[in-house]
Design a binder for this molecule. Structure first.
Ligand SMILES: NC(=O)c1ccc[n+]([C@@H]2O[C@H](COP(=O)([O-])OP(=O)(O)OC[C@H]3O[C@@H](n4cnc5c(N)ncnc54)[C@H](OP(=O)(O)O)[C@@H]3O)[C@@H](O)[C@H]2O)c1
Length: 423
């Protein structure tokens, strides 16, 4: 994804001067990719890259990168006293990333970032700064890791606009859900995800959907022209017990994935992040471990889709490097924006509670078969043709009866095993 029109001196023989903010999982993978791919970059792209300054928290820390120790600094103002052509921001979080982004764009340089939280919060401001100062802002790596989600939206549809975009955008959550499917415990799945560099110490932003909400905000910006800050994703969390959602999805004949979606409905834009019951043999269920997946629904016979590693140092660094190589000719100029709304499409839902089956019969209108597990500790049913508001209302009423309730939307086309019932 890019804004504005600045290009830099590819093919002139002069090296591209790059400063790097952050040299952790992603930043260090980028340095190694520049080193190992140096010949290919020169031969194929006529590009030589020289890394000038590197901002980190602990300059003395041992890092697996071939950089002179003198390039490291912990001081943001020293880092910013630079005339680099391009700054790669791979720190994450809001500060000092925002200060670095503003300073880079204000001096007309190119900013390449993988920071979805920064863009989801300050994207409009940074895009406007880039336009005002003839700078470039590129952030393909912020969504999809190694899957070029934003580039696909921007480059694959000509002048077309998808009616809806959905996908799996959180590698940590997908890794955890795949392992739970295989019978692992949540703790074991998270420990494994952390040891592979896919999960941070606190994975709650992943599992409760906040990370995917930041990403669907950027997808909606690219696909629908809805500026960040004007569309809040309707978010349903997998916490506190993702395994419980997985069991309910299996009980009704599907698989569980955390899916994010944005689209247009009656002239309004909407965005959702939710646990979704998906068909066991479909593309979403086949997206396993840290993979990400995106589907662009365009009205063609099938959605345009892409899958691949959605987390990890090298895939994300590769996406950053693609942004470094691209020449920013496509502008993300402000477009008229759509008003936003809550999704009101009726759907099928799997609903489970530890309240009694009679409570379900009492609160779900025209309720059909209610099943219980062997020791009758929980009961579940299928609720068809219910909107989000209606299902929230049912959850509230069952909760008021003392139930501990979860509900998952069931994707279109999943042959649910359960009952005929109506909200
Ligand atoms: N990891 C992934 O799979 C992945 C995938 C897609 C996108 N991303 C995005 O990529 C970005 C970087 O992620 P990461 O996984 O590489 O993070 P990380 O491993 O935690 O690395 C962060 C780097 O930033 C430095 N840093 C942090 N706070 C700083 C501060 N206040 N001042 C100076 N330096 C600071 C750290 O310095 P020290 O090394 O000295 O601690 C470290 O080098 C984030 O925006 C993340 O969302 C990551």
């Amino acid at each position: 994804m890019a804004t504005a029109t600045r290009t830099y001196p590819i093919s002139t023989g002069a090296p591209l001067r790059v400063d790097l903010a952050g040299c952790g999982v992603v930043g260090s993978a980028l340095v190694r990719a520049l080193e190992h791919g140096g010949d290919a970059l020169r031969e194929r792209h006529g590009l030589r890259v020289s890394v000038g300054r590197v901002l980190v928290r602990e300059p003395e820390k041992r890092r697996d990168v071939a950089l002179d120790p003198s390039v490291f600094t912990r001081d943001v103002s020293t880092f910013l006293q630079s005339n680099a052509d391009l700054v790669v921001e791979a720190i994450g979080g809001l500060e000092p990333a925002l200060t670095i982004a503003r300073a880079t764009l204000e001096r007309g340089a190119t900013l390449v970032t993988a920071n979805k939280a920064l863009l989801a919060t300050h994207g409009s401001e940074l895009a406007a700064l880039a336009l005002r100062h003839g700078a470039s802002l590129r952030y393909d790596a912020a969504v999809g890791g190694g899957v070029p989600v934003l580039r696909l939206i921007q480059n694959a549809l000509g002048a077309g606009t998808p009616s809806r975009v959905r996908g799996i955008f959180n590698g940590t959550t997908n890794f955890v859900l795949s392992r739970l499917e295989d019978g692992w415990t949540l703790d074991a799945a998270l420990t494994e995800a952390r040891s592979r560099g896919f999960a941070e110490a606190d994975a709650s932003r992943d599992l409760d959907g906040r990370d995917a909400a930041d990403k669907i905000t950027l997808v909606a910006w690219a696909a629908l022209g809805v500026a960040p800050g004007t569309l809040e994703a309707d978010r349903r969390s997998l916490l506190p017990d993702p395994a419980r959602f997985g069991r309910l999805a299996a009980r009704v004949g599907g698989a569980l994935r955390q899916v994010a979606e944005c689209g247009v409905q009656d002239g309004h834009s909407y965005a959702i992040v939710e646990p979704l019951v998906v068909a066991r043999d479909g593309a979403l269920a086949r997206t396993r471990d840290e993979q990400n997946h995106v589907e662009l629904h365009t009205g063609w016979s099938a959605p345009l889709s892409a899958s691949g590693p959605g987390a990890g140092g090298l895939p994300t660094a590769t996406s950053l490097l693609s942004d470094v190589l691209s020449t920013g000719s496509a502008a993300n100029r402000p477009r008229p924006t759509l008003p936003s709304t809550r999704d009101t499409r009726p759907s099928t839902w799997a609903l489970e509670t530890n309240a009694s089956p009679s409570d379900i019969h009492a609160e779900v209108r025209e309720c059909g078969v209610v099943r219980t597990d062997a020791d009758a500790s929980c009961a579940w049913t299928i609720v068809s043709a219910a909107t989000r508001d209606e299902i929230d209302d049912i959850i509230a009423r069952l909760t008021a009866r003392g139930g501990d309730v979860i509900a998952i939307r069931v994707d279109d086309g999943v042959a649910v095993s359960g009952s005929e019932s109506h909200a």
